[in-house]
Design a protein around this ligand. Sequence first.
Ligand code: HEM
Length: 343
Amino acid sequence: MSHISTTTVTSLESEEVDEEQLVQDLVARLKQRITHDNPKRNMRRDAHAKMHGLVKAEFTVLADLPPQLRVGLFREPKTYQAWVRFSNQDSAISPDINADIRGMAIKLMGVHGEKILEEAKSAATHDFVLVSTPIFVTKNVAEFDAMIKAIGSNIFAKAWFFLSHWRVLRNLRSAMKPFSNLLQIQFFSTTPYLFGDRAVKYSARPHLPRQEAFPEKPSDDFLRERLVRDLKQNEIVFDFCVQFQVDKEAMPIEDPGVLWRETVSPFQAVARIKILRQEFDSETQREYGENLSFTPWHALPEHRPLGSINRARKIVYRAISIFRHESNQKARFEPDSWHADFT
Ligand code: HEM
């Protein structure tokens, strides 16, 4: 199916099952689901299909970081242009008031150095893919594949899956909630990444201290409307942070369904994300965002994704990105700077 292999693991990881076969199953299932969900043949992402906005940001690596934080991308203080794509998690385009997980995908541009992905080794992009919950729903690709299979089956199969996987249900219930403002959410990687020879998780922590009230009569797209309103007036800042693994048992690599406690290892800021004051909500910019492809594997080797879920994502994101671009007759590309003015 792909020349990209899931099988090589670092010394921090362990592979328990035949992931190659499971990942192929998963890709086939997701393609089927996308085709079913998009009868008009405009193929969207399987997950995070609804884009709230694609916005311009500057990602600045902090000066004077202590030696243990000066690794890979964070070795020298520098400012990168970035795109940030805010999204829902569902494969459907649903009203924003619904309980859901929200996504924040960050694409840095102008990052020098050879990247991991064979086909994008010389790309100058580096992605961070984050969501609004610190814990992922499943332990590994086997459990994830079983969940997607059950969700696509009848009510009995679904009920049986969740009854026999109570932790998946618990993690889903804690993650799925309504959010009132995207710029006030703390986002997390949930899965771990190399940081030199150690493992970390990432988080983007907003500077905005308050939680805005929900609108009395929420429109289907009120999260986009609030993003437009806020960014028209102000720039907004998030800290980009890393959390070191300090205990192999309590902070496992192979199970992102387990919370790495901040009381044991706090998140430390390594960069600042400044979302610029801007007007972004044009048709052309929306289409541009639809046609971008984010993956945690657009990364320098010092920040290689770790664990079963991330190994699966290496194949799945590429396969689904190719599938939707080919179906929609669009070219896949990696940007090297902000595109010309869209507005
Ligand atoms: C085996 C587990 C997973 C599978 C199968 C999966 C699948 C996918 C797929 C197919 C896409 C669309 C890719 C594209 O067409 O370009 C996607 C996007 C996304 N995923 Fe996952 N995912 C998994 C785990 C995760 C995890 C652990 C996170 C946590 C951060 C996450 C966050 C996101 C986000 C934020 C996007 C939207 C990226 C964008 O804006 O383009 N996913 N996922």
